[in-house]
Design a protein around this ligand. Structure first.
Ligand code: 5GP
Length: 210
């Protein structure tokens, strides 16, 4: 049986239209500081920031690879950026309660599998989730304690759907908003937010070795 590291009931939001679905997750062994939920529009530099974190702290973080029904883009490979699946496969996972959360975004389904988060919890690393706005709101409303970070590109006002989503979703949904005008500055802000968790993780590892 799948035992997951925290209690969670997720109300799933489908792009700008709420539907009620509950995913139950049992047990609690992961501390709140070990999950980081990153969000922000594609092209806003979120992936670059995450990659930089992995480069600087290769032992501290693990990325939860989501499932999606969208097609791979050039350069993307199955199991790395996403687990690319068909809609029937995704729907079967929904029926089997395999997702912590899922949402429909631009006509495609995206979801965080329970197994992926569980595996990272077992590795002891800090789990990074990349989740769109409605998924974040749903997870947060369900009470998952984590660090919620929004990466905002400088040209956000050019993206009306995102602006609309922000107007309804931002207040209270994020702990931090990083404006990515300049990559190095944005990265140092991200690092500043996470450095205490990284140090704690390193201390925990040292203790475990003693
Ligand atoms: P893209 O297709 O550009 O990779 O991602 C589109 C959107 O889906 C992004 O905003 C990304 O954060 C979001 N996304 C990726 N994985 C998940 C997931 O597992 N759950 C949810 N709710 N959104 C996701």
């Amino acid at each position: 049986m799948l035992i997951l590291p925290f209690s969670l009931c997720v109300r799933v939001a489908v792009k700008f239209r709420r539907v009620s679905r509950l995913c139950s997750v049992h047990h609690s062994s992961m501390t709140s500081s070990r999950i980081v939920v990153m969000s922000g529009p594609s092209g806003g530099g979120k992936s670059t920031l995450i990659t930089k974190l992995f480069e600087e702290f290769p032992d501290a973080f693990a990325f939860s690879v989501s499932h999606t029904t969208r097609n791979p883009r050039p350069g993307e490979s199955d199991g790395k950026e996403y687990n690319f699946v068909t809609r029937p496969t995704f729907e079967k996972m929904i029926d089997d309660k395999g997702f912590l959360e899922y949402a429909e975004f631009s006509g495609n389904l995206y979801g965080t599998s329970k197994k992926s988060v569980e595996n990272i919890a077992q590795s002891g690393k800090i789990c990074i989730l990349d989740v769109e706005i409605n998924g974040v709101k749903s997870i947060k409303q369900a009470g998952l304690k984590a660090r919620y970070i929004f990466v905002k590109p400088p040209s956000l006002e050019l993206l009306p759907t995102v602006t609309e989503a922000l107007a309804t979703s931002l207040p209270g949904s994020y702990d931090h908003v990083i404006v990515n005008n300049e990559l190095e500055i944005a990265y140092s802000k991200l690092k500043g937010i996470l450095i205490a968790d990284i140090h704690q993780l390193q201390k925990d590892k040292m203790k475990a070795k003693e």
